[in-house]
Design a protein around this ligand. Structure first.
Ligand code: N01
Length: 860
């Protein structure tokens, strides 16, 4: 089959196929079927001699899926679904392979697949605008599009066990298991590796073998699969309304239509928690385990409760307490490595002929011709099983020598870190698509659902290109970088990246460490892909020059969730309320904030302000004093707030910085207009300087800090202290400060509304605090001071989605230009209120940590 394409108005090129596909597993088969339905010519290559992909190769005893069979299947064809009956809750490898073989036959796909043929290289021909694909044996075919449907876990990790080449007996790798099976009867078997493959195979190997010795480096959390007959209630739900069932799967987090709890483990009683944990243990459902509580994957304390529960289960099953402890994972949060579903795994260690070696205590020194030597013993074996895992996510992609524009190979491009757009494409490699590539939900989801979505997206895109005579597509550098940031942002608000595992490349020596799958869920991800298409393929460039460039999802995921939650409350804009009502609403929202960390002591007092006493709240660290003091000025636009309204943030700063925080109740507008707040701030700072020791502080160790309007007060206090010749201040820590009274800043336009602090609210605040005539006074607008030199060292934090961003950036620059030692944190994806949101916004913890470090640094 040849296809003629126009690469430019003057040139036409002929290709062998429209699309060449690598891989004939779940992804490759569906892709062939869909491409064919579009009338495109497509051909797939697979190194195996039959279909099946991962299910062709992984034939080790006990290999099964860990997503219920009914969900781990194609959904695109109702008849296929109706005709195929799964026999068990978790189908065995032979049954899944038979299903894929059935699909290949049913849709007559084999005629478009060349088996037993590895693709060696693929090279982009810049002039012709086509791919040249060379297969084993040297044949080359050409195609307009090249799709890697190679799976995420298809390249077994090379055996990195010392001396493995010495072994004279058979070595079996779970990922390339002999087709004829292995009879271990009467054999002494060593199994190295205790991931899903080891955990599934060990109990069955132990049923046959004379002895089994398991060499465990890192224990895994495993749950009983409770496999059994096909769950009829799930099938009934699907048969009842298959469209609704599959839609729910597509919109879900993990690609399985299960209701997910919003309850937090830390809010539950011990009794409630244990009951829920027991239910999950009894159900044997991976998604139920991963979503047992809403806080399990992002709160270390919540995670530990679940991990403790499982560790106790292990102890209750394994008779020998020493063996039980070795099997208990303790070095990473539960679920940050893939949890396993097993049948009798822990029970197997109660058998007399099954032994466990803890490689952390007694590492393998070498494999010998007849066995394995560890630090303290030599053991003889007849066979070794390597269940040591895969070069996951990227291994199979870079194993093919893929060369894109300007001779750059994919391996070279990704040497220092993987960058993709949506896990579907990567810049510099036009018309190359990856199915479930790194940066997509892939292995953090039901692969069947994610594969179908990617295949359909690729097919729709090719259709779009053909309809619009577009010849090439690839992502822009900016879109790709933005997507990588978003993938990292999402991973980093969870505990998932913590464990060393194949998810972040740390199982392969020399591989870049980076959390590879997208953990924002299949529903959210699908929405993003659809939004990108609707925005004229935002971030993709067609024909090298047609592009609606941009970045999708720049906001931090948890900040976005916060905004969505606030939107559901339907609160009136503050500026539409009378001042008292606005203050009440602000106070009510503050009261609902989570409590901050415990500190050593909290006490309230009064100090003299500019014209009368002011309340203050003092936060003392839980360490031996005396401590430096930081005068803190709260946010609230000079209209709202109090000494206690930023309570959790003050606690957090006190705790992180190890300093006394004194939060001052300065006067507010409209009752006390400009310069009341500034004068009170300065008076309070003077008083703190004079009374430091009586407060448990250290004389001469005083700094100021503030958020928003409080940042304004702090910045102004520094200028007043400088003008007055004292008190001496060690530093100023300004979080999203107001430093100018004008509105002529781009961020007032770009983020005028939608991010809580709006332009109109800022106008309202300023109107209540300061007359127009005073808005350029340095006492209101410290940025306008003629000389900033000699001010205390500064830490300025600005947030990407904040109307005050640009003036804060300008102040940081002006301070630095004036010779003031200035640290400037520009918090990507944050909004005006998200940095002080202690206990709510995980993605801003690092910013608070930087502020804490800065405060410490002022007094170092
Ligand atoms: O691989 P793994 P896997 N010396 O990387 C150890 C999917 N899957 O094939 O953790 C000694 O998880 C390694 O130790 P450590 C599923 O997504 C699904 O088991 O690196 N030990 C670890 O214990 C799964 O997560 C099913 O310290 C060495 C083990 O080998 C993914 O595939 C079934 C070692 C490797 O575990 C991979 O699972 C099977 C060395 N040199 C797989 N090198 C289903 O149920 C590695 N190890 C659907």
């Amino acid at each position: 089959m040849t296809t003629q394409i126009a690469t430019s108005p003057a040139v036409t090129t002929t290709t062998d196929y429209d699309v060449v596909v690598v891989g004939a597993g779940f992804a490759g088969l569906y892709l062939l079927h869909q491409l064919r339905a579009l009338g495109l010519s497509a051909h797939a290559y697979d190194a195996a001699d039959n279909v099946g992909g991962t299910w062709y190769w992984n034939r080790y005893p006990g290999a099964r899926c860990d997503i219920t069979s009914v969900d781990y299947a194609y959904s695109f064809d109702a008849d296929l679904e109706a005709d195929w009956q799964w026999s068990e809750k978790y189908a065995t490898q032979p049954e899944i392979l038979a299903y894929l073989s059935h699909v290949a036959d049913r849709f007559d796909l084999r005629s478009d697949i060349t088996f037993s043929t590895r693709v060696d290289s693929a090279k982009w021909d810049e002039d012709a605008g086509i791919w040249n694909i060379t297969v084993a044996g040297g044949d080359t075919v050409t195609a307009r599009f090249y799709v890697m449907a190679t799976g995420c876990l298809s390249l077994p990790k090379s055996p990195d066990v010392p001396g493995i080449e010495n072994f004279a007996g058979p070595i079996y790798t779970t990922g390339t298991w002999p087709h004829e099976g292995v009879d271990f009867t009467g054999k002494r078997v060593a199994v190295i590796g205790t991931g899903s493959s080891g955990i599934q195979s060990i109990p069955l190997i132990a049923e046959q073998a004379k002895s089994v010795t398991v060499f465990q480096r890192t224990p895994n959390f495993s749950f009983p699969a409770h496999n059994g007959p096909f769950p009829t209630e799930r099938a009934a739900a699907m048969i009842d309304d298959r469209d609704a069932y599959h839609q729910a799967a597509k919109k879900s987090g993990a690609g399985v239509p299960l209701k997910v709890t919003e309850l937090n483990a830390l809010d539950a009683t011990e009794e409630e928690r244990n009951a829920r944990f027991e239910d999950v243990w009894a159900a044997g459902d991976l998604i139920g385990i991963m979503t047992v509580y809403a806080d399990t994957l992002n709160n270390p304390d919540a995670n530990k409760l679940f991990a403790d529960f499982v560790r106790n289960k292990i102890r209750s099953i394994v008779a020998d307490p020493v063996t039980a402890e070795i099997l208990c994972p303790t070095t990473y949060p539960i679920a940050s490595k893939r949890v396993c579903l097993d049948t009798n795994y822990y029970q197997t260690f109660n058998l007399d002929h099954v032994h466990l070696i803890d490689l952390h205590n007694t590492p393998i020194t070498t494999v010998t011709a007849s066995g394995i030597d560890t630090a303290d013993a030599s053991s003889e074996f007849d066979a070794i099983v390597l269940a040591t895992g895969f070069d996951a996510m990227t291994g199979a992609l870079v194993a093919v020598d893929i060369e894109g524009r300007d001779g750059l190979t994919l391996k070279q491009k990704w040497a220092d870190g993987v960058q993709t757009y949506l896990g579907l494409a990567t810049g510099g490699f036009p018309n190359l698509f990856t199915v479930t590539g790194p940066g997509s939900p892939s292995v953090q989801s039901n692969m069947a659902v994610s594969i179908e979505q990617h295949v359909e997206w690729i097919c729709d895109t090719i259709t779009h290109m053909d309809a619009n005579e577009l010849l090439t597509i690839e992502p822009t550098p900016g879109a790709e970088e933005g997507w990588s940031n978003h993938v990292n942002d999402f991973a980093n608000i969870t505990l998932l990246p913590i464990a060393k595992s194949w998810f972040n490349g740390s199982n392969v020596a020399g591989k870049n460490h980076q959390y590879l799958p997208y953990v924002g869920g299949v529903g959210g991800y699908r929405t993003i892909c659809d939004e990108i298409v609707a925005a004229d393929y935002l971030g993709f460039v067609f024909n090298d020059d047609q592009c609606n460039d941009g970045v999708i999802r720049r906001m931090q995921p948890d900040v976005n969730i916060m905004l969505e939650f606030l939107a559901t409350l339907g609160l009136p804009p503050f500026e539409t309320l009378e001042v008292d009502a606005a203050r009440e609403l602000s106070a009510a929202l503050s009261d609902q904030s989570p409590a901050g960390p415990e500190v050593g002591e909290v006490l309230d007092g009064t100090l003299p302000g500019a014209v009368g006493d002011l309340g203050y709240r003092l936060y003392r660290p839980d360490t031996a004093g005396p401590h430096p003091i930081v005068a803190y000025f709260h946010g609230g636009g000079w209209v709202f707030g109090s000494a206690t309204s930023d309570d959790s943030f003050c606690r957090d700063l006190c705790d992180r910085a190890g300093v006394i925080i004194v939060s001052v109740d300065y006067r507010h507008g409209p009752e006390d207009r400009f310069p009341a707040a500034a004068d009170d701030g300065f008076a309070a700072t003077q008083w703190l300087a004079q009374n430091a020791e009586s407060l448990g502080g250290i004389a001469g160790q005083l700094a100021v800090a503030g958020w928003s309007a409080g940042g304004n007060v702090a910045a102004v206090v520094c200028q007043l202290a400088k003008d007055a010749g004292g008190p001496t201040l060690a530093g100023q820590c300004l979080l999203t400060p107001v430093v100018d009274g004008g509105f002529d800043w781009p961020s007032y336009e770009e983020t005028a509304e939608g991010y809580v602090l709006t332009r109109s609210l800022m106008e309202w605040f300023l109107n209540h605090y300061v007359d127009d005539a005073d808005r350029t006074s340095p006492k209101m607008a410290p940025l306008r001071a003629t000389d900033l030199s000699g001010l205390p060292p500064a830490m300025v934090v600005t947030c990407e989605f904040d109307p005050l961003r640009d003036q804060g950036n300008a102040y940081a620059k002006a301070l630095a230009d004036a010779g003031v030692p200035t640290a400037h944190v520009q918090a990507h994806g944050q909004i005006h209120i998200s940095v002080p949101a202690v206990g709510q916004i995980v993605s801003s913890i690092w910013v608070r940590e930087e502020m804490g470090q800065a405060l410490r640094g002022f007094f170092a």
